[in-house]
Design a protein around this ligand. Structure first.
Ligand SMILES: NC(=O)C1=CN([C@@H]2O[C@H](COP(=O)(O)OP(=O)(O)OC[C@H]3O[C@@H](n4cnc5c(N)ncnc54)[C@H](O)[C@@H]3O)[C@@H](O)[C@H]2O)[C@@H](O)CC1
Ligand SMILES: [K+]
Length: 488
């Protein structure tokens, strides 16, 4: 499991650990982890050229100490101090290691004010003595030590100008890309866009949740020995999914494995019925029933001879393509008093679900209608709105997106990081609701069914895609192969 904690949780854990360790030990752990990640990225230290952007806090301290390690490995390291309060011991350490330190006045800086003279090709000692500075193209990497978990977004003007001055150079962010909203994962103004983020102790919410996760690049976690409580957020990994996926026991029969019923599709949208059933037929439940418009039911049975008609089920999937039959489909499903997936057209009636165990599966537009806000607001702050919806409906809410979120009151939000952009295709949501229904029927809780279903759906899309385009049915067809690799 990948876990992410809030700034408050990290600070509390750090305080407990700091009390047991010699002064500075934690920062040294962080800085060495950072330096080694930079060395890995650059393929070594000797002859490499590293620029540190250093803010006023300990995030800058990490960058400076890491810079000292890199300088001792033969790298040319130059630090631009963006504040006159930069970490003093870190500045001294970098200087002792032969690094170049420049104090910049960022109060009125624009990108053109930043150093642009060419760096002479001479020994690192000479370079350090002359304290000459480089053109942006002379740096192999920029280390962003502007702000970490102590930052308040957005990035201040001077820091943003410094970034602009080195645009195009690969960036390694220290702990978090500076300027992002660390706990909310929102982007509210200028911020660093990192190629790699080296974080300490645990992931932060912004590394996993969109839109901020797009600014984090590849996230590398350095263990500094923190003892942490239940996370704010978690991302299932293959081993977690494998542990949760239902498997038939030696005496299994179709009814004990669970029966999932689908009330989806309509004469206007027959394809939604077929795709939802295709997801439900992933093989994780013992039987699939379809109930709907007779002409659609005929098409479902023609395509999928295993599917049977109305009867007892352990879970219902309602709403994908139900059109104006959604309200009645939801009413009928609720009458059975079993867990249900409420999708698409049925989401307009989500208030009727009450205390029934359920997964609501809106995309941003549907959630906007449910909460009475604009779609843009959901897309700018998906985590905040997924949590708000879970509280508002007192149930499990799966908000679809590049990194789908599963929120339930009182539980860490689960974020899905499997998948491919090729899955943004018509009918993908219908398949997803079917898979989640099958998992509910097999006995998983709404929280597990939603997060495992979403993970499997993303992994199946990746497998089907092989880097190229797919349609929703391709993802459904790849589901059994994904499950086989997990449980095999
Ligand atoms: N606390 C600890 O024990 C450890 C902390 N570590 C590092 O310390 C960091 C936290 O350090 P701090 O608490 O000093 O905080 P930061 O260094 O993250 O930032 C705080 C400073 O940044 C300035 N600032 C805030 N918002 C800004 C903005 N939008 N633009 C520009 N400047 C801004 C503030 O004036 C403040 O001085 C972590 O992210 C991590 O990198 C690591 O060394 C591991 C150990
Ligand atoms: K940073």
């Amino acid at each position: 499991m990948i876990r992410a904690h809030t700034v408050e949780q990290v600070r509390a854990a750090e305080a407990r650990l700091l009390a047991q360790l010699p002064e500075g030990a934690l920062m040294q752990r962080a800085a060495h982890g950072l330096a080694h990640a930079v060395l890995d990225l650059l393929g070594g230290g000797y002859g490499r050229r590293v620029l540190l952007l250093v803010g006023s806090g300990d995030n800058g301290g990490d960058a400076l100490y890491a810079g000292a390690v890199l300088a001792r490995r033969g790298a040319y390291v130059e630090a631009w101090l963006l504040s006159d309060k930069a970490h003093a011991a870190g500045v001294a350490a970098l200087g002792q290691a032969g690094g170049v330190v420049r104090r910049l006045d960022t109060s009125s800086a624009s990108a053109s004010d930043y150093p642009t003279t060419e760096q002479p090709r001479s020994s690192s000692r000479e370079r350090a003595q002359r304290a000459t500075v480089s053109r942006r193209s002379d740096f192999d990497v920029v280390v962003d030590g502007i702000v970490g978990i102590g930052g308040r977004p957005p990035l201040r003007e001077g820091a943003a100008a410094a970034l602009e001055a080195v645009a195009g150079v690969p960036v390694v962010a220290v702990d978090t890309p500076s300027g992002v909203d660390v706990d909310g994962g929102e982007l509210v103004g200028p911020h660093v866009v990192a190629d790699v983020t080296v974080t300490f102790g645990t992931h932060k919410v912004a590394h996993l949740v969109d839109p901020a996760s797009t600014a984090s690049g590849v996230v590398h976690l350095v263990d500094i020995g923190l003892d942490l409580p239940e996370p704010a957020l978690e991302a299932l990994q293959p081993a977690d999914v494998a542990a949760l996926v239902p498997r038939p026991g030696p005496h299994a029969q179709k009814y004990t494995r669970g029966v999932v019923g689908v009330r989806a599709g309509s004469a206007a949208y027959p394809g939604a019925a077929l795709l939802c059933v295709a997801g439900a037929e992933c093989g994780l439940a013992g039987m699939v029933r379809y109930v709907g418009d007779p002409s659609v039911a005929d098409r479902v049975r023609a395509a999928r001879p295993e599917v049977v008609g109305d009867g007892r089920v352990q879970a219902w999937v309602v709403g994908s393509g139900s059109h104006d039959g959604a309200e009645e489909a939801l009413r009928a499903a609720l009458a059975d008093d079993v867990p249900l997936v409420v999708d698409a057209d049925a989401l307009a009636f989500a208030d009727r679900v009450g205390a029934a165990p359920a997964v609501l599966t809106p995309h941003a537009g549907e959630l906007a209608a449910m909460l009475g806000v604009e779609r843009d607001e959901i897309e700018a702050a998906p985590l905040r709105h997924a949590r708000a919806a879970a509280e508002r409906y007192r149930t499990t809410v799966l908000l679809k997106g590049r990194h789908t979120l599963v929120a339930e009151p009182g539980r860490p939000v689960r974020v899905t990081t499997s998948g491919t952009p090729w899955l943004a295709t018509a009918g993908a949501g219908d398949v997803l609701s079917g898979v989640i229904g099958a998992l509910l029927a097999a006995g998983l809780s709404p929280y597990d069914a939603a997060s495992v279903g979403s993970w499997l759906h993303g992994a199946a899309a990746t497998l089907a895609s092989q880097g190229g385009p797919i349609v929703a049915g391709d993802a459904a067809r790849a589901l059994p192969a994904v499950v086989a690799t997990l449980v095999g």
